[in-house]
Write a protein that binds this ligand. Sequence first.
Ligand SMILES: *[C@@H]1O[C@H](CO)[C@@H](O)[C@H](O)[C@H]1NC(C)=O
Length: 621
Amino acid sequence: MSVKAPSVPAVKAVPVPADSSVWDRISNWASENKAVVYTIAGVAIVATGAGVVYYVQSNSGSSQNADAAPRLSKKERRKRKEEERKKAEAEKSATSPREAGDSKPQVASVTSEDEIPDIDEDTVQALSADQRKEFAQKLKEAGNKAYGAKNFDRAIELYSKAILCKPDPVYYSNRAACHNAKLEWQKVVDDTTAAIGLDPEYVKALNRRANAYDHLGKYSEALLDFTASCIIDGFKNEASAQSVERLLKKFAESKAKEMMEGRVAKLPSPTFVGNYLQSFRIKPRPAGLEDSVELSETTGKGQLQLGLQAMEKKTGEGYEEAAAAFDKALELGDLGEYEAFAYNMRGTFRCLRGKHEEALADLSKSIELDPSLTQSYIKRASMNLELGAPDKAEEDFEKALKQNSTDADIYYHRAQLHFIKGEFSEAAKDYQKSIDLDRDFIFSHIQLGVTQYKMGSIASSMATFRRCTKNFEKVPDVYNYYGELLLDQSRFPEAIERFDTAIEMEAAKPMSMNVLPLINKALTLFQWKQDFAEAEKLCQKALIIDPECDIAVATMAQLLLQQGKVTEALRYFERAAELARTEGELVNALSYAEATRTQIHVQEKYPQLASKLSGMGAVLK
Ligand SMILES: *[C@@H]1O[C@H](CO)[C@@H](O)[C@H](O)[C@H]1NC(C)=O
């Protein structure tokens, strides 16, 4: 239940294709800045005056971000599964009907069968108020006994009669327990709804109904009930909190699957594509494809040349054009010596679109045609990494090095693999090797600095960055990443200075602009001065430049959430889901969106809880 401040910075690794550690960055940010963070098994439930928000921690199975822990071993996964199963069982029993007669202690009055009043709709009319009360109590006790003996039909009959005498939420809830035992979920919903109608804060009935909704596949409804129950009992019931997490995941996963099926594979934002492409050292165009060479657009080679030209625009349109041209080049064929290169390029864009299988096939084909084209191994490795197969990635690096042991790109990307796996000293070695082979590639220097920071060598890291600003004084990325590390050390004014420099340099570029420094500045202003207005402005600016930038969208959502602008925040989370490229990213975005939506619904449906929540916030702050 404590605020867990992350010890590692939310630094984004420089461009592996999977460099969107945005969710990670945000959940770190949230836990650093929220008043209260309840961390319950992976979900941080954050209570603020404005409401409750869940932060699904993104360590669940994304090889995406550089901060991610290495993937779980098989054994570890099995262990987790087992724990989950136990959890689910515990939860089942928590919401299972041992409550029968729960709210009042069971009176030891032994009611024998013939003492049980026999009433029906007509006879009940004749009873006095006191008699009804007395009968109801007796019928309920008999019902509990029948329930205890697992005679559910009899128990249902008795509770029904008790309800005729006196409509009491406990009787409805107990009858729901019987339906629950008989797996009649709709009837459970009906009875618990009646119980909740009589007592809106009846936690057990809420949990029972949630469980029934879950069985009926109505995850949103289930989520709403579990959330309400969590708030009512002050997050004391671990099982309900875990159910919230489980349902969020279930909901998001099933919806993500549905959405992925109908989705046209789009390229990610130009910021993202640009970052990926620049993680390879710039090479001159293959001889014969330069601008000076006249090629017909109706030939494969002509399309290849067109694609390369379009890429150099570095805009979203340019990248789409390039992707289309590479597709066409291979359709037209007759590529001769360029065939392996063409497969490499098409594979690259397919990979960026998230079409993993097809991309893998292209890269393998490229390798088959020309094993000396080491970039294809590297790209295949980074795809394997994204697909959660670091072993295969490692193999590809080995093969690439066999082809050419002096190619700096290979070392750089292998270092990225080590970095992602948390093997920082291995990573540092490979970055250094890459630098030794080619001092001019800036990202090896930047990443070395970040890695040193991660290893706790703050002084050497800062020295690396100071050196970078001397040797690469015109490269905005240097200032951006330097700024991130300064921000992590809460050296706010210095961080701002670096981000401003990066922003200025980016803006001076003739073509597209990397918006990360804008977003970083927004985060800094927020963390330093709680300056929402300025932070929002910067994010808006980023979104004007790159409307598809997922990091800007997610940051905006969080800024709005922090200010209690929940409905607006929801819009941005939904936008983040639209922009998500992979199923994993989509699940993340949908979880946030659904958690936010649930929060809005809880507030609408249970206005009385709002005061409870803010009261609680005050106590815990
Ligand atoms: C190996 O890679 C380097 C750097 O890209 C390149 O200069 C060199 O020509 C390559 N060697 C071979 C044998 O391909």
